[in-house]
Design a protein around this ligand. Structure first.
Ligand code: ZN
Ligand code: ZN
Length: 278
């Protein structure tokens, strides 16, 4: 694992040189990944118990293994991780997240509520209180997702194989139910895999099918690339107007790290949004 982290950090360093405009974000990601490794090691058991008897029926029924809205999960570790993550933002904008950290520690701010609304994408109505700066605001959402990642990764390392053998065919994550933002093309046959940022699992998904609405009509599915760089493309669906970023590194035989690729393809998100996709 430590070697993997080292390799990842090396990749980040080279990306910083290649795309200087992503330097700051990559530096943040670097710090996140180092902390993630620490929390991975600290995490004794997954906070999400899995009833093995239910796995196959859940998979057949299109139900993710874990339903975050159900169950009384022990959030001690994720909260500690979140508070540590906040320090990354605090270092960059002193004072911005201090109040939030204090409120979480005192219980004035309900951490579980925050997690759930970030997970289910609900708009936070106390935006003012969470800092005026947009960047800080986005970072908090990123941290809320990240603080559950080590716990979800435990589920993936324990049950990922079983899940993948179940031939899950949905466009949302089989483990946590989140929708993917990025994926990759792999293997000679060019299978498309979708990636879950929340738990780190990748699962195969039909190439000519929209992960979001299930549309399989070739005429309404399209993709675009930028500056003819075929390694990166955006698959779009003109039925539901959603998009997903896809990386294809088969040519260079590299294994893309989708945590990094997701960050360094933000310009594709901007373009897709400008084109009316979300
Ligand atoms: Zn997931
Ligand atoms: Zn669609």
């Amino acid at each position: 694992m430590a070697k993997m982290l080292k390799d990842t950090l090396k990749t980040i360093e080279s990306y910083k040189t290649q795309s200087p405009h992503y330097e700051e974000l990559l530096a943040i990601l670097e710090e996140i990944l180092i902390l993630r490794e620490e929390y991975r090691r600290k995490m004794p058991e997954s906070i999400f118990p899995v009833d093995e008897r239910l796995i196959s029926s859940k998979m057949e029924g299109g139900l993710p293994l874990i339903d975050l809205s159900q169950g009384d999960y022990d959030l001690t570790q994720p909260q500690a991780y979140f508070l540590d993550l906040l320090q990354i933002a605090e270092k960059r904008a002193p004072g911005e997240t201090k109040e939030l950290a204090g409120k979480i520690k005192s219980g004035e701010e309900d951490f579980k509520e925050m997690l759930l609304s970030a997970f289910y994408g609900e708009q936070e109505d106390e935006e003012g209180e969470r800092g005026e700066e947009d960047e800080t605001f986005d970072l908090i959402d990123l941290f809320l997702e990240e603080c559950l990642r080590p716990s979800f990764e435990k589920v993936v390392s324990g049950y990922g194989d079983v899940v993948l053998k179940s031939k899950w065919s949905e466009g949302y994550c089989p483990v946590c139910g989140k929708e993917p933002k990025i994926g990759k093309i792999k293997e000679e046959e060019g299978t498309r895999f979708l990636f879950c940022n929340q738990c780190g699992i990748e699962w195969p998904f039909l190439r000519i099918k929209c992960p979001f609405c299930g549309n399989e009509e070739q005429q309404t599915l399209a993709y675009f690339t930028v500056e003819d760089d075929e390694r990166y493309r955006v698959d779009v669906c003109n039925e539901c107007k959603r998009y997903i970023k896809i990386v294809d590194f088969r040519e260079t035989k590299e294994e893309p790290n989708l945590d990094i690729e997701d960050i360094t393809t933000l310009h594709l998100d901007i373009l897709a949004t400008e084109e009316g996709y979300d």
